[in-house]
Each structure stands twice: as C-alpha cells, then as structure tokens.
Design a protein around this ligand. Structure first.
Ligand SMILES: Cc1ncc(COP(=O)(O)O)c(C=O)c1O
Length: 450
C-alpha cells in the first residue's frame, strides 16, 4: 500500500492548501456548516499560521500568543507523571462517562476544602480539558436563541461554544478603566427573559483580573434572583499574585445551579494531558434533568482520556508547587513583574495590573497613538520584530487598542520583547501619517523573504 505523505505545508489552512490538493478539487467547492459563520478563534488563526510559515523559513519567532506552559520549559510535577505511569494498565479500557472515581473524588475533596458543600462524585464530570466541558455544559442547556452572559474580553471559546450551540452570547463589559472587573449593575441591565446563564472567568483570561468578593457576591445574587445557571471558569484558581484573593464562586452561589470548571492545564502545567472537570453545586436537586442530559452527552463520547485522569488525585492532594512559581522570586511572579515594569516605563503602553492567571491585557495609549490598530500592530510585530502576540480583537472586545501577552517566558525574554514592542510603537509615533498602519519606510520581513 502506498504511503500518503502529509504535504510539507501541513499547518496551512485547508483553503490555503487548495493548490496542493489538485486531485481533490471539484467544480463545486465543499461549503462548511453555516453554524461556523460567526465562530472565531483568532489565537490560533491567520497570524499564528504566518508565524509558523516564518519559522519554517528559518526565522526565530518568540511566540507569546498561547498559554502553553510546556513551551516555556514549565514542567508537569513529576509525581503526576509517576501516578500516570503506575496506572497505565488501568487505563487501557473505557471508563465511566463521568470519569474515574478517584479523580472525581479528588475534585470533591478540593471543593470541600474550599468550603463548597453538597458536591459528591455524582456531581463531578471529567472531560478532555475544560474545552470539551464548555461545549458539553452549554449543549446540554441551550435552545435556539437562549442568551448567555459572557464577559468581554472573554476566553473566546465561551462565545464560540454559545454560538455553536444555537445560543446568543451577550457580552458584559469588563472595562480597562475598572481594572477589567465587571460592574454587576451593568450585567443586570443586559438580562432579558431569554437569559439562561452567566459565565464568570476568574482569575480571568485574557486580563488577569481577580474579581473582588463583593463583585462575585453581587453577580451570585443576580444569578440567583433570575435562576440563571452560573458557569464559573476557574482554571487559573491558584495563580494569584501579591496577595490577590481568589474566591471560589461556588462558596457564594447556593440558590441556583453553579458549575465550577477547572483542570490540569494551567495550575499543574499539564495542558497536553487534556484533563478538566466540572463540579456542580447549589440547587443540584432542581437540575436532575439537566445533569441527566449532560450525562447523555458525556456517554455519547464514551469517556475522556483515561490515562491522564490517573494524575488528578496526585495533582490535587498535598504540596501545590504552583505556589512557588507565583510567589516573590518564583518564575511567574518575576516575569509578571517584568511586564509591569515594561508597561510602567513605556511611553505608549497602559496596563491594569493582572492579579492572577498568566497573561497581561495591555492597552496602547490612545493619546499617544490615536490610530493604533491592534491587528495591524500584531502583524507588524510578527513580520518586523518576530514576536507573536494576540490582538485584543481576538477576545470579543469592541475597542482596537489592546493586545494580550503571556507571562510564561522568563523575565529576560520579556524584557527583550518589550524592547522590540517599544521600538515598533516608536516607529509608529514617528510617522506623520496615521500611526498603527504599516510604516512605509520599514521593509517588511514578508517582502524580504520572498
Ligand atoms: C479561561 C480558560 N478556560 C478554559 C481553557 C481551556 O483549558 P483546557 O486546556 O482545560 O481545555 C483555557 C485555556 O487557555 C482558558 O484560558
């Protein structure tokens, strides 16, 4: 049998590859589902593909667009690897659709230790990352046109998954001038009879905001008053800096259904394991049909990756090595400090200090660069300075003067990156014409490498 080799241009989008698959070309092109029309995930989109292309041409690109700890040398705790290896033989078959019992029980114990009551292993589902669960929990809930309150900026999978599951994402603003913390009164004004759920991402991606207790309490009250399901994405729960307090939403929500989502990807630096969980608390007794529907969806995909589930109990118990990384002197603490320093000394950048997670959502001063355009800037930064960051527009915001950067690299790398950013912004500022547009006097890499 002939071996079919994946073309050298693997990684290009399918539309980019039409030329290299002539045999598959037909007169009628195959159209994708209409349901994808408004679905976007720019973080891995065109810009990332261009970065990949440049790398293949030999350029060294500093990729700061994705929160992948392993790409920056941050390893999964050894004990988790050992737990997985030790149980390999137990991982050969399908497991229960909700996940293996020791993993679900470990999540229960973590919730109990945080003061969340009423969760048993029955109310815990393990999935292939939080990503899969975001889709499943929404798919089990939504009907055509149901509205879900989603933060803006958001982690864009939330908006995409609402859209894909026939709902309507209604974005509540988390404004830069308010440290990216939402105003519960504004959230309340966006509620309609069609609102079914409220999504909270705390600590937040992309802003790093850690919401104060009183804000979470007000959001909990709103949800309870309207019987909304609260989806609390807490995947960065133990990543806080300089004393910022993380308050688990489930400790505040009692009178409606609360779904807490978290996983191994960030705090435990194991995003390749693809393990996440959702724990339901609050009015679970009134949610039997919903939880059955979710279990049906979980059954349809049989189960999630069994091997890595064996690492959950080890991860959640005992010493939490993430604390060393986020404390003064720790890698993530110091790299975040480098970002704060760079923003504070920049002539163009503005930053509401992130209290948690592993990102900074940085603004460009509209006074200094009134015509700044985040997409043009990120493209120029890639082509001219070989740095890849995500434009703010990727995170469902209406303004165009922000970009997201991760603090996963070491402080020295970040200092160098911010030097390059300042150079590019300085070049914009020196232009007589609208800043943020591609400067004519700079030869772009794309034209040089042809
Ligand atoms: C807020 C948030 N939720 C969910 C995810 C997805 O995580 P997982 O790797 O568990 O699918 C991410 C990944 O970056 C995230 O930032």
């Amino acid at each position: 049998m002939a071996i079919v080799k994946w073309p050298a241009t693997a990684g290009a989008s399918f539309s980019d590859r039409a030329d290299i698959l002539p045999a598959m070309k037909t007169a009628e092109s195959i159209r994708p589902s209409e349901s994808l029309k408004h679905v976007r995930y720019e973080i891995r989109g065109r810009l990332a593909r261009r970065a990949h292309e440049l790398e293949r041409q030999g350029y060294e690109i500093v990729s700061l667009n994705i929160g992948n700890p392993r790409a920056f040398g941050l390893r999964t705790p050894e004990t988790m690897r050992l737990a997985m290896i030790e149980n390999l033989a137990e991982a050969e078959g399908y497991c229960h659709q909700k996940g293996i019992f020791p993993a679900r029980e470990a999540v229960v114990m973590q919730q109990q230790a945080r003061g969340v009551t009423g969760v048993t292993a029955e109310e815990v589902f393990i999935g292939n990352g939080v990503s899969e669960l975001i889709d499943l929990v929404l798919r089990a809930l939504l009907n055509d046109g149901d509205e879900v309150l989603v933060p803006s900026p958001d982690y864009p999978l939330w908006t995409a998954a609402v859209t894909l599951n026939r709902g309507r994402a209604v974005h509540y603003p988390c404004r830069p001038e308010n440290g990216f913390v939402p105003d519960p009164q504004e959230v309340a004004r966006l509620m309609t009879p069609r609102t079914r759920a409220l999504v909270v991402i705390n600590p937040n991606n992309p802003t790093g905001a850690v919401y104060p207790r009183h804000v979470l309490e007000a959001l909990a009250q709103l949800a309870q008053a309207r019987g909304l399901v609260v989806f609390s994405d807490e995947i960065y729960d133990q990543m806080t800096y300089d004393g910022a307090e993380f308050v688990p939403m489930a400790t505040l929500v009692h009178d409606t259904l609360c779904a807490t989502l978290s996983g191994l990807s960030k705090v435990y630096r194991a995003c390749g394991y693809r393990v996440g969980w959702v724990a339901f608390s609050g009015r679970t007794h009134a949610a039997g049909d919903y939880l059955n529907a979710l279990e049906l969806l979980a059954s349809l995909r049989l189960c999630s990756n069994v091997m890595a589930q064996w690492a959950v109990q080890t991860a959640l118990g005992g010493h939490q090595s993430i604390q060393e990384l986020v404390s003064p002197g720790g890698r993530l603490h110091e790299s975040r400090a480098a970002i704060l320093e760079a923003a504070a000394t920049s002539r163009y950048l503005r930053l509401a200090p992130p209290g948690g997670a592993m990102y900074a959502f940085i603004g460009v001063d509209p006074q200094a660069l009134p015509d700044f355009d985040d997409q043009q800037f990120t493209l120029d930064l890639l082509e001219q300075k070989h740095v890849l960051v995500a434009p703010g527009v990727s995170f469902n915001v209406s303004y165009r003067n922000h970009f997201r950067i991760t603090n996963l690299p070491d402080a020295v790398t970040l200092k160098d990156v911010f030097g390059r950013i300042e150079e590019l912004l300085g070049a914009y500022a020196a232009l007589p014409r609208a800043a943020g547009r591609a400067p004519d006097n700079v030869v772009s890499v794309s034209s040089r490498v042809k």
